[in-house]
Design a protein around this ligand. Structure first.
Ligand SMILES: CC(=O)N[C@H]1[C@@H](OP(=O)(O)OP(=O)(O)OC[C@H]2O[C@@H](n3ccc(=O)[nH]c3=O)[C@H](O)[C@@H]2O)O[C@H](CO)[C@H](O)[C@@H]1O
Ligand SMILES: [Mn+2]
Length: 229
């Protein structure tokens, strides 16, 4: 509900950096379509509000995105687009992001784990959860905030993740990093055909390691407690 405050900057910077020269539909899941800022977008681009229900906990809102995406895939995305790019809204674009990211199935390395070894990945380690990944498996730790692919591939991904989340829910289990944990599980057994570097999802304005030449999409610092409660 409160996250509508991020939309203006998200959309304005996307109009400067995201898929310039291509057709883009911005599908915005919100319980407050009337609060979406009125922004003029370039030709061939469109802002499309999609009403969803609210949930009391931020964790559930974040996780339910798998269900929302899957639902609207069948309802309309399948008729309207070839590729989907699914991202967090508390972000801004700050350098070129174009068709180089498109692939059957695209994942993004989480900026906190690009240099980490497998044992440090924060995969779900409790075997009671559907998101469980055994210690000797997994290639990368992927971010929940940036994935995509063709319509059929994202359909399969979101269906599988949502079903796994519901199985957990029936056991009163919630994976350690919500749908990010389920996404990581999915990618162990359905390898992405393209993996984006942390240039495509960075977490800090200030910190720039020497090897990072560009920051294309950056998280906005937020007071998590105030935003989420
Ligand atoms: C950059 C990145 O990889 N972020 C992931 C990270 O958390 P973050 O700390 O980035 O999570 P977050 O607070 O941004 O929530 C994820 C997203 O859910 C949406 N939202 C959330 C709460 C709300 O009240 N309203 C709303 O619209 C919104 O699009 C938001 O960007 O871990 C989460 C699960 O724990 C998700 O996997 C996020 O994708
Ligand atoms: Mn976020």
């Amino acid at each position: 509900m409160r996250y509508v405050v991020f939309l203006q900057r998200f959309l304005e910077t996307a109009e400067t950096h995201f898929m310039i020269g291509h057709r883009v539909n911005y599908y915005i899941f919100t319980d407050r379509p009337e609060a979406i800022p009125n922004i003029t977008v370039k030709e061939g681009r469109e802002i499309i509000p999609l009403r969803v229900r609210n949930y009391p906990r931020w964790q559930e809102i974040s996780m339910r995105r798998m269900e929302m995406i899957n639902h609207y895939l069948q309802q309309r995305f399948i008729h309207e687009v070839a590729f989907l790019v699914c991202v967090d809204v508390d972000m801004r674009f700050s350098d070129h992001i174009g068709v180089e990211i498109l692939s059957e199935l695209t994942g993004t390395i989480h900026p906190g784990f690009f240099a980490a070894g497998r044992q440090a990945f924060t995969y779900e380690r409790r075997s009671i959860s559907e998101a469980y990944i055994p210690p000797e498996e997994g290639d990368f730790y992927y971010a929940g905030g940036f994935f995509g692919g063709t319509v059929p591939e994202v359909y399969k991904l979101t269906k599988k993740c949502h079903e796994a989340i519901m199985v957990d829910k029936n056991k009163s289990v919630e994976a350690i990093w919500q749908e990010e944990s389920h996404l990581n599980k999915y990618f162990v057994y359905h390898k992405p055909t393209k993996i984006l570097s942390p240039e495509y999802l960075w977490f800090s304005e200030r910190y720039t390691p020497h090897f990072l030449k560009k920051k294309r999409f950056i998280a906005i610092p937020k007071n998590s407690y105030a935003m989420r409660n």
